[in-house]
Design a protein around this ligand. Structure first.
Ligand SMILES: Nc1nc2c(ncn2[C@@H]2O[C@H](COP(=O)(O)OP(=O)(O)O)[C@@H](O)[C@H]2O)c(=O)[nH]1
Ligand SMILES: [Mg+2]
Length: 352
């Protein structure tokens, strides 16, 4: 399962956002782990249509990482946190956009800079250590050298590795080092209720510029009020959501942004047993996508019977789609699209 670390200075709202995303209670100490079901109206629709025994949404795991002590004073705490962040597939930088007693005036661009610099310094250490080792070891793979040099150059200039323009192949060479700034990252500005409603907050222009220049998608949330609303029922809940001009709950916006940043899509399977969303990278070939469900289906792949969700929603049943010729039979290399409803046809090899 995809795993996404929440990272930020203490007091920015990581734990609040974590609770909102995962419905889990925060761990009292250390790193909290929780799973968010990715809201998906297509899954809901299919579930109403099939009345399956089980409905399964796509999932993203979130880590509520300990806060970075402001000012970078406590190195032990910072290093512990960074080593945990290394295990994440993606990072969400949670920035405080609301005033809080005992903390400096909100300035999310400043906090992003501080946070990024922590990650840059940590990565630079890793890259330099590796460079030394590759130089010193006559048997080491020298193909890494130019890639490491490019990383060092970016990092020394205060830039993230993901923004260094490495080819996919070169980025692959670095995977083992778990560079923090090599991970896909997003920025979440956490706002007060009023600021969120107005779409205006202290330091907005500076933050937008920084995110554009550094290559972070930017989202806003109002974690505390969204969490409170989330705990309400029915009509109250709806009224509050409308008051906040929230057409879409925070979980949904965030999960979608994470998907987009990571180049992920969902395909769907539907039947009386289960309606389910499966996460794959964009354009994954059909046969490989089948392997997500079961290796037997990948191995014995014959064809994928594919309907698009929008067609199904309009026409009302797969039978109608079949009559109208809207069910396609695709081969093993067909690049799977977001919202494809797929029925895999496969052989089960004897004796396996
Ligand atoms: N005004 C406001 N306060 C918030 C918001 N989100 C969190 N807080 C408060 O800020 C404080 C720190 O939040 P917390 O989630 O513990 O931050 P963390 O240190 O990053 O985990 C708590 O008192 C929260 O209630 C928000 O969106 N608006
Ligand atoms: Mg916390």
């Amino acid at each position: 399962m995809l795993n996404c670390g929440l990272i930020g200075l203490s007091g920015g709202g990581k734990t609040t956002l974590f609770e909102l995303l995962t419905k889990a209670r925060a761990a009292g100490y250390g790193t909290g782990r929780g799973v968010a079901a990715v809201p998906d109206a297509r899954v809901d629709f299919l579930s109403r249509m099939y009345h399956p025994r089980k409905t399964t949404y796509a999932q993203i795991e979130f880590l509520d990482l300990p806060g970075l002590p402001p000012g970078g004073g406590d190195r032990t705490a910072a290093n512990r946190l960074l080593s945990e962040a290394r295990k994440s597939d993606a990072l969400l930088h949670v920035l405080r956009g609301f005033p809080r007693e005992g903390l400096p005036d909100p300035d999310p661009a400043r906090d992003l800079e501080e946070l990024e610099m922590e990650l840059v310094v940590a990565d630079l250490e890793v890259v330099e250590r590796r460079l030394e080792r590759v130089h010193a070891d006559r048997k080491a793979d020298k193909a890494e050298l130019p890639v490491l040099e490019r990383c060092r150059e970016a990092l020394e200039g205060g830039r993230a590795v993901f923004a260094a323009g490495l080819s996919e192949e070169d980025a692959g060479r670095l995977r083992g080092y778990e560079l923090l700034t090599g991970k896909p990252a997003l920025v979440v500005a956490n706002l007060d209720e009023a600021a969120f409603r107005e779409g205006e907050f202290p330091g907005r222009a500076a933050l937008e510029t920084a995110c554009r220049e550094k290559g972070y998608p930017l989202l806003t949330v109002a974690a505390r009020i969204e969490l409170e609303i989330d705990q309400l029922e029915g009509a109250d809940r709806q009224a509050f959501l409308e008051d906040l001009k929230l057409t879409e709950p925070g979980v949904q916006r965030l999960c979608r942004a994470v998907y987009r940043r990571l180049g992920l899509i969902s395909f769907l399977t539907a039947g009386e047993d289960e309606v389910r969303a499966w996460t794959v990278a964009e354009d994954t070939p059909a046969r490989q996508a089948a392997g997500k469900i079961h290796s037997d289906i990948e191995r014995g792949f014959i064809r994928a019977e594919v309907a698009s969700f929008t067609d199904l929603e309009r026409e009302g049943s797969l039978a109608v789609l079949r009559d109208k010729g809207l069910l396609r039979l695709e081969g093993r290399d067909y690049p799977v699209k977001d919202g494809d409803i797929i029925n895999f046809r496969f052989n089960v090899a004897k004796g396996s």
